[in-house]
Design a protein around this ligand. Structure first.
Ligand SMILES: [Zn+2]
Length: 346
């Protein structure tokens, strides 16, 4: 890793100096010299590092200087590793390293049927562990259907709710937060040493409670077998005017973003993904006819003044979020988006 980091950095310096990320030019200028400097590094690994470096500089358009540390991860490709059955061999200094993989049932289907593309090897200093990440690609990703995407709306009274009417209440969370806030104030006023000790223990308990709730909700969402993509409003950086001060505060709080983080990693582990979509007017616009009007929504009831579509307002938002995903994603034509399935509500 240390030697590859130096090779990587040498390519970055070269690319910045020559203002190019052309791989064969880099090869001509640097390869033989680097082979002499690092005779132990297998040539295929050197070339993989070169490709890695030049792609990194290409991405930054020469504006930043990507750097690797001596413990930075390594990228492996078909030249530097082989996967045969359950045995993975990796190029190394000296002999190739052989690993026998223990593939969990969970990943069996992917492992057996998808195309193996590459791997990265990383190192965690704290635990002194090496990690191998394997990348698989679906040979023929099926076309995305409307039914594969779930729109998820997030709010103050519901931690989140889905376009097909699943609600996850945040009453319990907010009640707990209020209780902790109250207790915290009491203890802070007291200010004694034992009060401080209790404050610390309490903050740990509050965090664990939030984690638990978010784990449960995100797990339930990610595990729904019928959905492959979860569309969420992109709330990063925008101050949402239609939402109140209280709600904006809640939306930018850590317990809230935790749900998104958990849902992201749980979805990825299942081969699904989350997508962020345009957050504007999702609560005012009618998801059936597209009529956008503030008075369409009255608290939790949505009633379209134009086509008289009625739904829970969070469900209507969820539908808009789902459809915004299709509007923004390029693999979907305009025609298909226009057809919204009307929802029959009671
Ligand atoms: Zn309408």
């Amino acid at each position: 890793m240390a030697q590859c980091a130096e090779i990587f950095n040498a390519h970055i310096d070269w690319a910045l100096e020559h203002k190019t990320y052309n791989k064969s030019k880099a090869h001509r200028d640097l390869y033989s010299q680097l082979r002499l400097t690092y005779p132990d590094v297998p040539s295929a690994l050197l070339q993989a590092t070169r490709d890695n470096a030049l792609e990194a500089i290409k991405q930054t358009k020469f504006k930043r200087k990507p750097r690797k540390k001596p413990t930075s991860g390594l990228r492996y490709d078909k030249r530097t590793m082989t996967l045969r059955g359950e045995q993975l061999t990796l190029s190394c200094i000296g002999k190739r390293v052989k690993l026998i993989l223990n593939v969990p049932d969970y990943f069996r289907e992917i492992y057996d049927n998808w195309d193996f593309r590459g791997a990265t090897v990383t190192y965690t200093k704290q635990t002194k562990q090496f990690w191998v990440r394997l990348v698989f690609e679906h040979p023929d990703p099926e076309k995305l259907e409307h039914g594969d995407v779930q729109g998820i709306d997030r709010g103050l009274y519901h931690l989140c709710s889905t376009h097909d009417g699943k609600f996850f209440s945040s009453n319990k969370i907010r009640a707990t937060q209020r209780r902790y806030l109250y207790n915290r104030k009491q203890l802070q006023q007291k200010g004694t040493r034992s009060a401080k000790r209790r404050l610390k223990a309490m903050s740990g308990r509050e965090k664990r409670f939030m984690r638990d709730v978010n784990h449960c909700v995100s797990k339930e969402l990610a595990n729904q077998p019928e959905y492959r993509i979860f569309a969420l409003e992109d709330l990063s950086g925008i101050r949402n005017i239609r939402r109140g001060k209280k709600l904006n505060k809640w939306l930018s709080s850590w317990p809230f973003s935790m749900l998104e983080d958990f849902l992201t990693y749980k979805s990825v582990a299942l081969g699904k993904k989350i997508a962020k979509v345009d957050a504007r007017y999702t609560s005012q616009r009618c998801s059936r006819c597209g009529y956008c009007y503030k008075a369409n929504r009255k608290k939790s009831r949505f009633h379209c003044r134009s086509c008289h579509f009625e739904a829970h307002s969070d469900v209507n938002s969820g539908l808009n979020i789902r459809d915004n995903y299709f509007l923004s994603s390029t693999n979907w034509s305009e025609e298909q988006v226009a057809v919204n399935q009307p929802i029959v509500t009671t």
